[in-house]
Design a protein around this ligand. Sequence first.
Ligand code: SF4
Length: 100
Amino acid sequence: MMTLDELSKVLECSVGGCAYNEADACHAGAVTIAGPSGQAECATFIPLTIKGGFGDAIAAVGACQHFECTYNSELECGAPAIQVGVRGAANADCLTYAAA
Ligand code: SF4
């Protein structure tokens, strides 16, 4: 079982239109990865012109609903880090997703 200190970090996020994004980094305290099976989307994405989060923080992956991902354990992410960007039709996807 993982501990809070072991939460994966969002190493990079290229979704510049998100309120939490600045300089290709996510500054939310934590993100949630959700979306339909096989399509891991960042549910924390929000397209606002104001900036949110903590300027000096790099977001953790607080929860991930994709239990079918090879990195998922007990609905938490066990990857060393993740990258977020646009892969399909969604606004922001977990690019590190890998089907088990
Ligand atoms: S790598 Fe897998 S387990 Fe980790 S956040 Fe992305 S989809 Fe979830």
